[in-house]
Design a protein around this ligand. Structure first.
Ligand SMILES: Cc1ncc(C[n+]2csc(CCOP(=O)(O)OP(=O)(O)O)c2C)c(N)n1
Ligand SMILES: [Mg+2]
Length: 365
């Protein structure tokens, strides 16, 4: 049995890790924290900081505008989870497709979609990324390889594997990164998809963004298996738990999984542990958890810790950080103006971009 390394909190966590990473099954050990030794420099830290700041400020503004009824309908904020988005995109290629659930603003922005197109979509305007017809839950951009934005909990797990299949079929060495929540992990589609993805060694990274709650239901109340990454074991899928409050750890885990996928060795399952500071959606006062719990996670805030490292390692001066702040502030102000001034879609748009099957038996023409 490999020796218990210091970067695990205790023996129990190490045992779980060994189990999850397939040690007992003779699978390749996920190098996880060993990779944390990989050196990151100024480029990565500043990239992470800028992405996370853009997401944080965008989401704060979206929350504010929602309160003013400028934005309506569903709206699920990503505040607190930013390191997952930032650490992911720094480890992947732009042309690697990404798919997620309805909590999609942060990942879309991290993938390079502009604040303008995202804010206009929240406003329901024609200049939005889905022409104002999708709203908060249905961001999409073919140009940015961002495949949504899905409101049906868990549905994107199967779609993500399908996109990975397409990449393999076309003979690219791109991979699909497929995000879903801890609640979605309980959907049956996960099992069918994991089975198929392993059978066909699809180039896919499944990421459960475990923020410990599915609406108001805590993870302990939804299953006996609170250790979500264990689910991958049933399919011999290399699986690991990752600290989602740290861009470094997210990057390392995603980079290692990407290497496996590109080599043709198939899927990886990452349970990235994170936290949402806000309620499930705008209508949730989040009374099911304590203020202390929220505070505990805010102490590990990824923006704060990344900024602290930047200063500690002298990667930037205060003036340089301020100028990133000003740039983002200007972007956010501009995107609101853009959304405000854009037009709503024409009524005729109701009849465009609709999927239909001419021979679908239940539609009477
Ligand atoms: C199939 C389906 N069942 C139920 C819902 C209602 N619903 C919307 S979000 C949600 C919770 C999902 O939580 P999780 O997967 O942990 O994602 P998070 O909101 O934490 O990002 C539920 C049950 C839905 N949209 N789709
Ligand atoms: Mg959740």
């Amino acid at each position: 049995m490999p020796q218990f390394p210091g970067y695990f909190k205790n023996q129990n966590e190490w045992n779980t890790y060994l189990c999850l990473s397939g040690f007992q099954l003779g699978l390749p050990l996920l190098k996880k924290q060993a990779l944390a030794k990989a050196k990151f420099g100024k480029k990565e830290y500043l990239q992470w900081y800028e992405i996370m700041l853009r997401v944080r400020r965008f989401e704060e503004k979206a929350g504010q505008l929602y309160g003013m009824q400028k934005i309506r309908g569903f709206c699920h904020l990503y505040i607190g989870q930013e390191a997952v988005a930032a650490g992911t995109v720094s480890a992947l290629r732009q042309e690697d497709p990404m798919i997620t659930a309805y909590r999609d603003h942060g990942l879309a922005l991290a993938k390079g979609m502009s604040a303008d197109t995202c804010m206009a979509e929240l406003y329901g305007k024609a200049t939005g990324c889905t022409k104002g017809k999708g709203g908060s839950m249905h961001f999409f951009s073919k140009e940015h390889f961002f495949f949504g934005g899905h409101g049906i909990v868990g549905a994107q797990i199967g779609l993500g594997a399908g996109i990975a299949f397409a990449e393999k079929y076309k003979g690219t060495d791109n991979l699909c990164i497929c995000f879903f929540g801890d609640g979605a992990a309980r959907q049956g589609i996960l099992h069918e998809t994991f089975n198929m993805a392993m059978m066909w060694k699809l180039p896919v990274i499944f990421v459960c963004e475990n923020n410990y709650y599915a609406m108001g239901t805590s993870i302990e109340r939804s299953s006996n298996v609170a250790n979500v990454s264990q689910l991958g074991l049933s399919y011999n899928m290399p699986s690991a738990i990752v600290d989602g409050m740290k861009c470094e750890d997210v990057h390392n885990a995603v980079a290692e999984a990407a290497e496996r996928a590109r080599k043709g060795d198939g899927p990886t399952f990452l349970e990235i542990q994170t936290y949402r500071y806000k309620g499930h959606s705008m209508s949730d006062p989040a009374k099911y958890r304590s203020k202390e719990e929220v505070e505990e996670y805010k102490q590990k805030d990824p923006l704060e810790t990344t900024l602290a490292t930047i200063f500690e390692k002298k990667f930037a001066t205060q003036a340089e950080i301020d100028s990133i702040g000003e740039k983002i502030q200007a972007e956010i102000e501009a995107c609101v103006k853009f959304a405000e001034e854009s037009e709503y879609p024409e009524a005729a748009e109701l009849f465009t971009d609709n999927y239909s099957e001419a021979d679908y038996p239940f539609i009477l023409s």
